[in-house]
Design a protein around this ligand. Structure first.
Ligand code: NAD
Length: 356
């Protein structure tokens, strides 16, 4: 079982280091090979996704990814920016299905910004389409001013686009996932305004005919954003496009207490997957040893379950995370009075200890 380990930038290196230690502690005979990605790869090789990194990713059974990006790269041409690395990996490996479970651990009910009764027992699964939509539309507007800034430009544009196979396959993924849960899917769109999402909605309805056992409803994205904070437990599986999924899953993360708790899996048709926390490189706290590593550690658990067929080991990691939370250990983002504040490394160590 070969894993490409791509820590990336900012807190990416700190949190991935902890997840790697947890994987090593499981003694599963995993072959883990590190490579540079994002700003770190740009510094070393002049490109955020060097050929060697892409090759390693393609050859591996799974990819453990940290995060990429830093404000200092904001002036670079779009193709050289760190964030292009993750888009490139998704596109090149065909990682079209992004699973983002938002689970509120009982111990963190108080860390959520919502009232405890709204989030207690929360367990929703956001399924985000990952290789289409406006993030991959062509053509994209180009900057025109000579200094590379937008100040002198008159216009910028991106195009929103979905194809029938793209919508069909993500709809099937959602209905299949719902079969293993409470058999409910909410498809989130903006069909009232955007042609692309009327198309999305019509195709979801077509695919649904093959899943009569699943209840399907539709919601506009603005209403979904509101319902997520008003009555989040009304949702079970939520399926949506790339951009809406990006935004809604960040919103959902706060229901769980912190974005530092939210893992994700991005899968292709061969079950090869990229596993990463839902958050970014957090330049504001990078290098301080205070980032929450649990989203990355939980992403490693998803990797063991989905791509490496090691469900038992995945269960062990998830149980260990629950144990450390029950012990009252908290990184700064989830800390509250009466709990013990720990560093990134201390949290990682505690999870390893709890594995036993
Ligand atoms: P972010 O997710 O990096 O940070 C948002 C806020 O959450 C910050 O206050 C940060 O300190 C906090 N936070 C994030 N992860 C945390 C953790 N594990 N523990 C504790 N606190 C945490 O989003 P941003 O600030 O909008 O973006 C920063 C950079 O990350 C940008 O360059 C952006 O493009 C990039 N980004 C990368 C990815 C990715 O690599 N997949 C995803 C999102 C953003």
């Amino acid at each position: 079982m070969k894993i490409a380990v791509l820590p990336g930038d900012g807190i990416g290196t700190e949190i991935v280091a902890q997840a790697v230690k947890v994987l090593e502690a499981l003694d599963l005979n995993l072959e883990m090979e590190h490579a540079l990605v994002g700003g770190a790869a740009f510094e070393a090789h002049g490109h955020p996704l060097p050929e060697s990194t892409l090759k390693l990713a393609k050859e591996s059974d799974a990819i453990l990814f940290g995060a990429v990006g830093d404000w200092k790269y904001d002036k670079l041409d779009r193709p050289l920016r760190p964030e292009q690395a993750i888009l490139g990996l998704r596109k090149n490996l065909g990682l079209f299905a992004n699973f983002r479970p938002a689970i509120c651990y009982e111990e963190l009910v108080g860390a959520s910004s919502l009232k405890p009764e709204l989030v207690s027992g929360l367990d929703i699964l956001i399924i985000r389409e990952l290789t289409g939509d406006i993030y991959f539309g062509q053509p994209r507007g180009r900057r025109v001013s000579p200094d590379g800034a937008f100040a002198g430009a008159d216009e910028a544009f991106d195009t929103m686009r979905y194809t029938r196979p793209e919508v069909e396959r993500i709809a099937r993924v959602a209905f299949e996932a719902a079969r293993k849960r409470s058999k409910r899917v909410t498809s989130v769109d903006k069909a009232n305004v955007l042609e692309t999402f009327q198309f999305w909605k019509d195709i979801v309805i077509e695919v649904h005919k093959d899943y009569p056992d699943i209840a399907l409803d539709h919601m506009y994205v603005d209403n979904a954003a509101m319902q997520l904070v008003k009555e989040p437990k009304r949702f079970d599986v939520v399926v949506t496009g790339n951009m809406f999924g990006d935004i809604l899953s960040d919103e959902a993360s706060m229901l769980t207490g912190s974005i530092g708790m939210l893992p994700s899996a991005s899968l292709n048709t061969k079950n090869q997957g990229l596993y990463e926390p839902s958050h970014g490189s957090a330049p504001d706290i990078a290098g301080q040893g205070i980032a929450n590593p649990l989203a990355t550690i939980l992403s490693a658990a998803m990797m063991l379950r989905f791509s490496l067929n090691q469900s038992e080991a995945a269960d062990r990691i998830e149980a260990a995370v629950k144990t450390v939370l029950a012990q009252g250990l908290r990184t700064a983002d989830i800390h509250s009075p009466g709990t013990q504040k720990v560093s990134t490394a201390q949290m990682g160590q505690a999870v390893i200890k709890a594995l036993a």
